[in-house]
Design a protein around this ligand. Structure first.
Ligand code: HEM
Length: 365
Protein backbone atom coordinates (compact mmCIF):
# COMPACT_ATOMS: atom_id res chain seq x y z
CA UNK A 1 0.00 0.00 0.00
CA UNK A 2 1.17 3.49 -0.94
CA UNK A 3 1.81 5.81 2.01
CA UNK A 4 0.18 9.28 2.01
CA UNK A 5 3.27 11.22 0.93
CA UNK A 6 3.86 9.41 -2.41
CA UNK A 7 0.09 9.49 -3.07
CA UNK A 8 0.14 13.23 -2.59
CA UNK A 9 3.07 13.61 -5.00
CA UNK A 10 1.30 11.37 -7.57
CA UNK A 11 -1.90 13.40 -7.20
CA UNK A 12 -0.02 16.64 -7.66
CA UNK A 13 1.73 15.24 -10.79
CA UNK A 14 -1.57 14.14 -12.33
CA UNK A 15 -3.18 17.48 -11.48
CA UNK A 16 -0.22 19.35 -12.89
CA UNK A 17 -0.35 17.31 -16.12
CA UNK A 18 -4.09 17.91 -16.33
CA UNK A 19 -3.69 21.64 -15.86
CA UNK A 20 -0.87 21.73 -18.42
CA UNK A 21 -2.94 19.84 -21.02
CA UNK A 22 -5.94 22.04 -20.27
CA UNK A 23 -3.77 25.07 -20.84
CA UNK A 24 -2.44 23.66 -24.11
CA UNK A 25 -5.79 22.71 -25.57
CA UNK A 26 -7.04 26.19 -26.52
CA UNK A 27 -3.55 27.06 -27.71
CA UNK A 28 -3.36 24.11 -30.10
CA UNK A 29 -6.85 24.87 -31.42
CA UNK A 30 -5.69 28.40 -32.07
CA UNK A 31 -2.42 27.28 -33.69
CA UNK A 32 -3.92 24.74 -36.06
CA UNK A 33 -6.40 27.32 -37.29
CA UNK A 34 -10.18 27.42 -37.39
CA UNK A 35 -10.24 24.00 -39.06
CA UNK A 36 -9.93 22.43 -35.59
CA UNK A 37 -13.02 24.18 -34.24
CA UNK A 38 -15.17 24.71 -37.30
CA UNK A 39 -15.96 22.41 -40.18
CA UNK A 40 -16.95 23.87 -43.57
CA UNK A 41 -20.71 24.00 -43.77
CA UNK A 42 -21.09 23.58 -40.00
CA UNK A 43 -23.13 26.51 -38.80
CA UNK A 44 -22.92 25.65 -35.10
CA UNK A 45 -19.66 27.62 -34.88
CA UNK A 46 -21.44 30.62 -36.44
CA UNK A 47 -21.16 32.23 -39.89
CA UNK A 48 -18.19 34.37 -38.83
CA UNK A 49 -16.11 31.29 -38.02
CA UNK A 50 -16.99 29.70 -41.36
CA UNK A 51 -16.08 32.81 -43.29
CA UNK A 52 -12.81 32.99 -41.41
CA UNK A 53 -12.10 29.35 -42.12
CA UNK A 54 -12.74 29.67 -45.85
CA UNK A 55 -10.71 32.87 -46.00
CA UNK A 56 -7.79 31.11 -44.42
CA UNK A 57 -8.11 28.16 -46.81
CA UNK A 58 -8.38 30.52 -49.79
CA UNK A 59 -5.33 32.51 -48.72
CA UNK A 60 -3.23 29.38 -48.49
CA UNK A 61 -3.12 28.81 -44.72
CA UNK A 62 -1.22 25.75 -43.48
CA UNK A 63 -3.16 23.07 -41.55
CA UNK A 64 -2.06 19.82 -40.02
CA UNK A 65 -2.45 16.58 -41.94
CA UNK A 66 -1.57 12.92 -41.36
CA UNK A 67 -0.69 12.49 -45.05
CA UNK A 68 3.01 12.02 -45.79
CA UNK A 69 3.17 14.60 -48.60
CA UNK A 70 4.81 17.78 -47.23
CA UNK A 71 2.22 19.90 -49.07
CA UNK A 72 -0.84 17.96 -47.85
CA UNK A 73 -1.57 20.42 -45.04
CA UNK A 74 -2.32 23.16 -47.54
CA UNK A 75 -5.74 22.92 -49.16
CA UNK A 76 -5.24 25.83 -51.56
CA UNK A 77 -1.86 27.01 -52.76
CA UNK A 78 -2.73 30.68 -52.92
CA UNK A 79 0.40 31.81 -54.81
CA UNK A 80 -0.97 29.68 -57.65
CA UNK A 81 -3.44 32.46 -58.34
CA UNK A 82 -0.66 35.02 -58.83
CA UNK A 83 1.33 32.59 -60.97
CA UNK A 84 -1.72 31.82 -63.11
CA UNK A 85 -2.29 35.52 -63.67
CA UNK A 86 1.35 36.02 -64.69
CA UNK A 87 1.30 32.99 -66.99
CA UNK A 88 -1.96 33.80 -68.74
CA UNK A 89 -1.34 37.55 -68.59
CA UNK A 90 2.04 39.17 -69.28
CA UNK A 91 3.90 35.93 -70.06
CA UNK A 92 1.44 34.84 -72.76
CA UNK A 93 1.03 38.40 -74.05
CA UNK A 94 4.75 39.23 -74.38
CA UNK A 95 5.38 35.79 -75.91
CA UNK A 96 2.70 36.40 -78.52
CA UNK A 97 4.12 39.85 -79.29
CA UNK A 98 7.69 38.54 -79.56
CA UNK A 99 6.70 35.77 -81.97
CA UNK A 100 4.46 37.88 -84.17
CA UNK A 101 6.97 40.77 -83.91
CA UNK A 102 9.82 38.75 -85.41
CA UNK A 103 7.56 37.47 -88.21
CA UNK A 104 6.52 41.06 -89.03
CA UNK A 105 10.16 42.28 -88.90
CA UNK A 106 11.37 39.50 -91.20
CA UNK A 107 8.53 40.09 -93.65
CA UNK A 108 9.40 43.81 -93.72
CA UNK A 109 13.09 43.00 -94.17
CA UNK A 110 12.28 40.63 -97.03
CA UNK A 111 9.99 43.20 -98.66
CA UNK A 112 12.63 45.96 -98.45
CA UNK A 113 15.89 44.05 -98.97
CA UNK A 114 14.72 40.98 -100.90
CA UNK A 115 16.77 37.80 -101.04
CA UNK A 116 20.50 38.18 -100.38
CA UNK A 117 21.94 37.09 -103.73
CA UNK A 118 25.39 35.76 -104.61
CA UNK A 119 26.90 39.08 -105.82
CA UNK A 120 29.33 37.43 -108.25
CA UNK A 121 26.66 34.99 -109.48
CA UNK A 122 26.89 31.18 -109.20
CA UNK A 123 30.34 29.66 -109.73
CA UNK A 124 31.23 26.48 -111.63
CA UNK A 125 32.66 24.99 -108.40
CA UNK A 126 31.45 23.99 -104.94
CA UNK A 127 33.27 23.63 -101.64
CA UNK A 128 32.43 21.14 -98.88
CA UNK A 129 30.83 23.11 -96.05
CA UNK A 130 29.45 20.44 -93.66
CA UNK A 131 30.14 16.70 -93.43
CA UNK A 132 27.26 14.23 -93.17
CA UNK A 133 27.66 13.87 -89.39
CA UNK A 134 27.44 17.66 -88.97
CA UNK A 135 24.30 17.85 -91.09
CA UNK A 136 22.70 14.92 -89.27
CA UNK A 137 23.36 16.57 -85.90
CA UNK A 138 21.97 19.87 -87.18
CA UNK A 139 18.75 18.25 -88.40
CA UNK A 140 18.34 16.31 -85.15
CA UNK A 141 18.67 19.63 -83.33
CA UNK A 142 16.36 21.43 -85.76
CA UNK A 143 13.62 18.78 -85.94
CA UNK A 144 13.53 18.23 -82.18
CA UNK A 145 13.43 21.99 -81.53
CA UNK A 146 10.58 22.52 -83.98
CA UNK A 147 8.55 19.66 -82.42
CA UNK A 148 9.22 21.05 -78.93
CA UNK A 149 8.30 24.57 -80.03
CA UNK A 150 4.98 23.49 -81.58
CA UNK A 151 3.93 21.21 -78.70
CA UNK A 152 5.07 23.85 -76.18
CA UNK A 153 3.17 26.66 -77.90
CA UNK A 154 0.10 24.44 -77.84
CA UNK A 155 0.39 24.28 -74.05
CA UNK A 156 0.67 28.06 -73.82
CA UNK A 157 -1.86 29.22 -76.41
CA UNK A 158 -3.80 26.08 -77.44
CA UNK A 159 -6.72 26.57 -75.05
CA UNK A 160 -7.59 30.00 -76.38
CA UNK A 161 -6.58 29.45 -80.02
CA UNK A 162 -7.49 25.86 -80.81
CA UNK A 163 -10.53 24.97 -78.67
CA UNK A 164 -12.78 27.36 -80.64
CA UNK A 165 -11.50 25.77 -83.87
CA UNK A 166 -11.34 22.03 -83.14
CA UNK A 167 -13.40 21.65 -79.96
CA UNK A 168 -12.54 20.47 -76.45
CA UNK A 169 -12.41 16.72 -77.13
CA UNK A 170 -9.96 16.91 -80.02
CA UNK A 171 -7.90 19.52 -78.21
CA UNK A 172 -7.69 17.37 -75.07
CA UNK A 173 -6.50 14.29 -77.03
CA UNK A 174 -4.05 16.34 -79.06
CA UNK A 175 -2.63 18.09 -76.01
CA UNK A 176 -2.22 14.85 -74.06
CA UNK A 177 -0.17 13.34 -76.89
CA UNK A 178 1.62 16.62 -77.40
CA UNK A 179 2.69 16.61 -73.78
CA UNK A 180 4.10 13.06 -74.02
CA UNK A 181 5.92 13.99 -77.23
CA UNK A 182 7.22 17.20 -75.63
CA UNK A 183 8.62 15.30 -72.63
CA UNK A 184 10.36 12.60 -74.68
CA UNK A 185 11.65 14.75 -77.54
CA UNK A 186 13.27 16.99 -74.91
CA UNK A 187 15.91 14.28 -74.45
CA UNK A 188 16.69 14.15 -78.20
CA UNK A 189 17.06 17.93 -78.15
CA UNK A 190 19.35 17.77 -75.11
CA UNK A 191 21.53 15.17 -76.84
CA UNK A 192 21.64 17.24 -80.05
CA UNK A 193 22.72 20.34 -78.09
CA UNK A 194 25.62 18.38 -76.58
CA UNK A 195 26.70 16.93 -79.97
CA UNK A 196 26.49 20.33 -81.71
CA UNK A 197 28.47 21.90 -78.88
CA UNK A 198 31.27 19.33 -79.13
CA UNK A 199 31.31 19.52 -82.93
CA UNK A 200 31.38 23.29 -83.41
CA UNK A 201 32.62 24.91 -80.20
CA UNK A 202 36.12 25.31 -81.61
CA UNK A 203 34.78 27.36 -84.54
CA UNK A 204 32.66 29.55 -82.29
CA UNK A 205 35.26 31.02 -79.98
CA UNK A 206 34.98 34.81 -80.37
CA UNK A 207 37.95 36.67 -81.88
CA UNK A 208 38.91 40.05 -83.36
CA UNK A 209 37.49 39.16 -86.78
CA UNK A 210 34.06 39.05 -85.09
CA UNK A 211 34.44 42.62 -83.79
CA UNK A 212 35.24 43.82 -87.30
CA UNK A 213 32.27 41.86 -88.67
CA UNK A 214 29.97 43.44 -86.07
CA UNK A 215 31.41 46.93 -86.72
CA UNK A 216 30.34 46.53 -90.35
CA UNK A 217 26.97 44.98 -89.35
CA UNK A 218 27.85 41.90 -91.39
CA UNK A 219 27.78 43.95 -94.60
CA UNK A 220 24.10 44.82 -94.21
CA UNK A 221 24.84 48.54 -94.51
CA UNK A 222 26.71 48.05 -97.78
CA UNK A 223 30.48 48.12 -98.37
CA UNK A 224 30.69 44.41 -99.30
CA UNK A 225 30.84 41.30 -97.14
CA UNK A 226 33.23 41.49 -94.16
CA UNK A 227 35.70 38.58 -93.89
CA UNK A 228 34.74 35.61 -91.71
CA UNK A 229 36.03 32.15 -90.86
CA UNK A 230 33.75 29.05 -90.72
CA UNK A 231 31.16 30.97 -88.69
CA UNK A 232 30.67 34.75 -88.68
CA UNK A 233 29.84 36.76 -85.54
CA UNK A 234 26.07 36.53 -86.18
CA UNK A 235 26.27 32.75 -86.41
CA UNK A 236 28.41 32.59 -83.28
CA UNK A 237 25.71 34.49 -81.40
CA UNK A 238 23.15 31.95 -82.62
CA UNK A 239 25.43 29.08 -81.63
CA UNK A 240 25.90 30.35 -78.06
CA UNK A 241 22.20 31.20 -77.73
CA UNK A 242 21.38 27.61 -78.73
CA UNK A 243 23.95 26.10 -76.35
CA UNK A 244 23.20 28.27 -73.30
CA UNK A 245 19.46 28.62 -73.97
CA UNK A 246 19.13 24.94 -74.94
CA UNK A 247 21.02 23.83 -71.82
CA UNK A 248 18.82 26.02 -69.65
CA UNK A 249 15.67 24.71 -71.35
CA UNK A 250 16.77 21.15 -70.70
CA UNK A 251 17.49 21.89 -67.02
CA UNK A 252 14.21 23.74 -66.40
CA UNK A 253 12.31 21.09 -68.39
CA UNK A 254 13.85 18.43 -66.17
CA UNK A 255 12.72 20.35 -63.07
CA UNK A 256 9.18 20.63 -64.45
CA UNK A 257 9.07 16.89 -65.14
CA UNK A 258 10.29 16.11 -61.61
CA UNK A 259 8.25 18.46 -59.45
CA UNK A 260 9.46 19.42 -55.97
CA UNK A 261 12.76 17.56 -56.38
CA UNK A 262 15.08 20.35 -57.45
CA UNK A 263 16.04 23.75 -56.09
CA UNK A 264 17.77 25.18 -59.14
CA UNK A 265 15.87 28.48 -59.10
CA UNK A 266 16.81 29.17 -55.47
CA UNK A 267 20.45 28.32 -56.27
CA UNK A 268 20.35 30.56 -59.37
CA UNK A 269 18.83 33.46 -57.40
CA UNK A 270 21.55 33.03 -54.77
CA UNK A 271 24.26 33.28 -57.44
CA UNK A 272 22.53 36.24 -59.11
CA UNK A 273 22.36 38.03 -55.75
CA UNK A 274 26.07 37.46 -55.15
CA UNK A 275 27.11 38.40 -58.69
CA UNK A 276 24.87 41.40 -59.37
CA UNK A 277 24.08 42.62 -55.84
CA UNK A 278 20.38 41.76 -56.22
CA UNK A 279 18.07 40.79 -53.39
CA UNK A 280 16.00 37.99 -54.91
CA UNK A 281 14.26 35.67 -52.45
CA UNK A 282 16.21 32.45 -51.98
CA UNK A 283 14.00 30.67 -49.41
CA UNK A 284 11.57 29.44 -52.06
CA UNK A 285 8.88 26.91 -51.20
CA UNK A 286 8.80 23.83 -53.46
CA UNK A 287 5.75 25.24 -55.23
CA UNK A 288 7.35 28.65 -55.81
CA UNK A 289 10.41 26.85 -57.18
CA UNK A 290 8.15 25.13 -59.77
CA UNK A 291 6.38 28.35 -60.64
CA UNK A 292 9.64 30.21 -61.32
CA UNK A 293 10.90 27.24 -63.33
CA UNK A 294 7.79 27.35 -65.50
CA UNK A 295 8.06 31.10 -66.14
CA UNK A 296 11.78 30.76 -66.88
CA UNK A 297 11.21 27.76 -69.21
CA UNK A 298 8.64 29.64 -71.29
CA UNK A 299 10.69 32.88 -71.39
CA UNK A 300 13.87 31.14 -72.57
CA UNK A 301 11.94 28.98 -75.05
CA UNK A 302 10.20 31.98 -76.63
CA UNK A 303 13.48 33.96 -76.72
CA UNK A 304 15.17 31.06 -78.52
CA UNK A 305 12.20 30.65 -80.90
CA UNK A 306 12.53 34.31 -81.93
CA UNK A 307 16.24 33.81 -82.68
CA UNK A 308 15.64 30.53 -84.49
CA UNK A 309 12.83 31.95 -86.65
CA UNK A 310 15.34 34.57 -87.86
CA UNK A 311 17.92 31.80 -88.36
CA UNK A 312 15.49 29.68 -90.40
CA UNK A 313 14.65 32.70 -92.54
CA UNK A 314 18.28 33.56 -93.36
CA UNK A 315 19.19 29.87 -93.82
CA UNK A 316 16.43 29.32 -96.40
CA UNK A 317 14.41 31.97 -98.28
CA UNK A 318 16.48 34.90 -97.01
CA UNK A 319 19.79 34.00 -98.64
CA UNK A 320 20.57 32.42 -101.99
CA UNK A 321 22.82 29.37 -101.69
CA UNK A 322 22.71 29.02 -97.88
CA UNK A 323 20.45 25.98 -97.58
CA UNK A 324 22.78 23.79 -99.68
CA UNK A 325 25.18 23.84 -96.73
CA UNK A 326 22.71 21.78 -94.70
CA UNK A 327 21.24 19.64 -97.49
CA UNK A 328 24.04 18.35 -99.77
CA UNK A 329 26.80 19.88 -97.65
CA UNK A 330 28.34 21.41 -100.83
CA UNK A 331 28.01 25.19 -101.27
CA UNK A 332 28.68 27.39 -104.24
CA UNK A 333 32.29 28.58 -104.18
CA UNK A 334 31.34 32.22 -104.86
CA UNK A 335 28.80 32.11 -101.99
CA UNK A 336 31.51 30.75 -99.69
CA UNK A 337 34.04 33.41 -100.82
CA UNK A 338 31.53 36.17 -100.13
CA UNK A 339 30.32 34.98 -96.71
CA UNK A 340 33.28 33.05 -95.31
CA UNK A 341 36.36 34.31 -97.20
CA UNK A 342 38.93 33.40 -94.50
CA UNK A 343 37.49 29.89 -94.21
CA UNK A 344 37.72 29.38 -98.02
CA UNK A 345 41.41 30.40 -97.91
CA UNK A 346 42.04 27.65 -95.35
CA UNK A 347 40.10 25.03 -97.34
CA UNK A 348 41.03 25.93 -100.90
CA UNK A 349 41.85 22.26 -101.66
CA UNK A 350 38.28 21.12 -100.87
CA UNK A 351 36.65 22.57 -103.98
CA UNK A 352 35.25 20.50 -106.82
CA UNK A 353 33.52 21.21 -110.14
CA UNK A 354 29.75 21.29 -110.00
CA UNK A 355 28.08 18.11 -111.22
CA UNK A 356 26.84 18.63 -114.83
CA UNK A 357 23.06 19.02 -115.04
CA UNK A 358 21.38 15.77 -116.09
CA UNK A 359 20.81 15.42 -119.89
CA UNK A 360 17.11 14.81 -119.31
CA UNK A 361 16.91 18.34 -117.95
CA UNK A 362 18.08 19.84 -121.31
CA UNK A 363 15.46 20.33 -124.02
CA UNK A 364 15.25 17.59 -126.65
CA UNK A 365 16.62 18.55 -130.09
C1 HEM B 1 13.96 24.41 -91.01
C2 HEM B 1 14.76 24.94 -90.15
C3 HEM B 1 16.23 25.26 -90.35
C4 HEM B 1 16.94 25.59 -91.47
C5 HEM B 1 16.42 25.72 -92.88
C6 HEM B 1 18.31 25.79 -91.06
C7 HEM B 1 19.36 26.10 -91.89
C8 HEM B 1 20.67 26.19 -91.53
C9 HEM B 1 21.76 26.40 -92.43
C10 HEM B 1 21.64 26.58 -93.94
C11 HEM B 1 22.90 26.44 -91.69
C12 HEM B 1 24.32 26.62 -92.23
C13 HEM B 1 24.72 28.06 -92.35
C14 HEM B 1 26.09 28.17 -92.98
O1 HEM B 1 26.41 27.42 -93.88
O2 HEM B 1 26.85 29.02 -92.59
C15 HEM B 1 22.54 26.25 -90.32
C16 HEM B 1 23.40 26.27 -89.25
C17 HEM B 1 23.02 26.18 -87.92
N1 HEM B 1 21.75 25.90 -87.46
FE1 HEM B 1 20.09 25.73 -88.56
N2 HEM B 1 18.40 25.61 -89.71
C18 HEM B 1 17.15 25.28 -89.23
C19 HEM B 1 16.79 25.05 -87.91
C20 HEM B 1 17.65 25.16 -86.84
C21 HEM B 1 17.25 25.02 -85.47
C22 HEM B 1 15.82 24.76 -85.02
C23 HEM B 1 18.36 25.19 -84.72
C24 HEM B 1 18.52 25.17 -83.22
C25 HEM B 1 17.60 25.04 -82.36
C26 HEM B 1 19.46 25.44 -85.62
C27 HEM B 1 20.74 25.68 -85.22
C28 HEM B 1 21.79 25.91 -86.09
C29 HEM B 1 23.13 26.23 -85.64
C30 HEM B 1 23.59 26.35 -84.17
C31 HEM B 1 23.90 26.39 -86.80
C32 HEM B 1 25.37 26.80 -86.86
C33 HEM B 1 25.49 28.29 -86.68
C34 HEM B 1 24.77 29.06 -87.73
O3 HEM B 1 24.93 28.80 -88.93
O4 HEM B 1 24.01 29.95 -87.35
N3 HEM B 1 18.99 25.41 -86.90
N4 HEM B 1 21.17 26.10 -90.25
Amino acid sequence: MMSVKPRLIWLMLVLGLGLWLAGLAPLSAQESGPIAGAVPGNTTAGAAADAELWRMIRQGGDFTSNAQNPLAGRLIQAEGHGWEQTRNGPLAMYSAWALTGILILLSLFFALRGRVRIDAGPSSHTITRFQLVERAAHWLLASSFIVLALTGLNLLFGRSLLIPLIGKEAFAAMTLWGKYIHNYVGFAFGAAVVIVFLMWVWHNIPNLTDLRWIARAGGLMGGGHPPAKKFNAGQKLIFWAVIIGGGSLFASGWALMNPFETSMMAATFEKANALFGLSLATDLTPVQEQQYQQIWHVSVAVGLMVIIIAHIYIGSVGMEGALDAMTSGEVDLNWAKEHHSLWVEEHADETRPKAPTSPSASPAE
